[in-house]
Design a protein around this ligand. Structure first.
Ligand SMILES: Cc1cc2nc3c(=O)[nH]c(=O)nc-3n(C[C@H](O)[C@H](O)[C@H](O)COP(=O)(O)OP(=O)(O)OC[C@H]3O[C@@H](n4cnc5c(N)ncnc54)[C@H](O)[C@@H]3O)c2cc1C
Length: 312
């Protein structure tokens, strides 16, 4: 994996440009990918505004234990920037964040980015033929505005009565509090979506008691995560076409799963109901066809086995 960035952002370069032909909102996979394609088309006159203090979007904001992609990274990466250095088939968040930053460096994107620069308003000025953009770091004008704001970098906190008065510690997986040691604590997790499926098996061995509150039961697919050996990495470095073939293979297997999983549970032998086989919890089995709800992936088989309560 490429080393951490050496490129400097627009602020670090002291850029004071306030007008550009194109403005991109957001520096996640979407915004960075867009910027690279502009560069490849010979367009250099663009800025990127990013409200967070770093590049990566989802992969900058989510840093909870166990955070990883659930599509193998040979596919979950830019087609024009394969990475023979992946250390796992499903890399953890730090590696994905580093990948995005290194790609931004490699294609010369970083010095177009204004970090810590939230866009607060955008208005089209018909007379001048420009977008007037208000940001946390002052106004900009651009001729074309491209929105890549994503949605999983922003915490969605449930509106629970009494939450504001709760005296314990609360935090969202998208803003993990790394200073709070969970060892020996009484913990409640709200939700059993993709993030919970990843974080619960990591916290369960250290907490004293864990309750997981579930509203909509998801289907869980096995996560065939494994380390990628140095020998494999050497082969990918030497024969990039092989990595492209693996990528195509992952793509087609995933595509073929879609029609199969939309028929019904019986058609998908690999799917199991969350939370897995367990005797001490109240189970809710999904009633919908697996393909009608985003399936979650777990490397930990029966990941909720030793939780002491799953509350429907
Ligand atoms: C744990 C986890 C695992 C995932 N696994 C997969 C997977 O395996 N495969 C898959 O396809 N997808 C996966 N996803 C979904 C993932 O979010 C997308 O793949 C992808 O990263 C989205 O990129 P994006 O650029 O559209 O949005 P984001 O990554 O969310 O980036 C948007 C950026 O816009 C910025 N922004 C928003 N509003 C403003 C504003 N007003 N001003 C300035 N900046 C702003 C945000 O701060 C953010 O940095 C996963 C998500 C999570 C959380």
């Amino acid at each position: 994996m490429a080393v951490e960035s050496v490129s400097r952002t627009a602020q670090e370069n002291g850029s004071s440009r306030r007008h550009a032909r194109i403005g991109i909102l957001g520096a996640g996979f979407g915004g960075i990918g867009m910027a690279i394609r502009l560069k490849q088309a010979g367009i250099e006159d663009f800025v990127i505004w990013e409200r967070d203090d770093g590049l990566g979007g989802t992969w900058w904001a989510n840093s909870y234990p166990g955070c990883q992609c659930d599509i193998p990274s040979h596919l979950y990466s830019f087609s024009f920037a394969p990475n023979p250095e992946w250390t796992r088939t499903y890399p953890l968040q730090p590696e994905l964040k580093r990948y995005l930053r290194s790609v931004a460096d490699r294609f010369g994107i970083a010095d177009h980015v204004h970090i810590g620069c939230e866009v607060t308003a955008a208005q089209w000025d018909d007379a001048a033929g420009v977008w007037r953009i208000e940001t946390a770091r002052g106004p900009f004008t651009v001729e074309l505005l491209i929105a890549a704001p994503g949605f999983l970098s922003e915490p969605s906190t449930p509106d629970l009565p009494g939450l504001a008065d709760f005296e314990g510690t609360t935090f969202h997986t998208a803003r993990w509090n790394h200073d709070h040691d969970l060892t020996g604590r009484l913990v409640a997790v709200i939700g059993t979506g993709a993030s919970a499926i990843q974080v619960v098996p990591r916290m369960q061995p250290v907490v004293e008691h864990l309750d997981v509150f579930q509203r909509t039961p998801p289907w869980v697919m096995p996560h065939r995560d494994r380390p990628i050996t140095e020998a494999e990495r050497r082969i990918y470095r030497r024969f990039p076409t092989l990595q492209r073939l693996v990528r195509a293979g992952v793509y087609w297997v995933r595509e073929l799963l879609v029609p199969a999983s939309s028929i019904g549970p019986g058609s998908c032998g690999c799917l199991s109901a969350s939370p897995g086989a367990t005797s001490s919890v109240t189970l809710r089995i999904p009633t919908c066809a697996p393909g009608s709800l985003r399936a979650t992936c777990s490397a930990a088989s029966g990941c909720f086995h030793r939780t002491t309560g799953i509350r429907p």
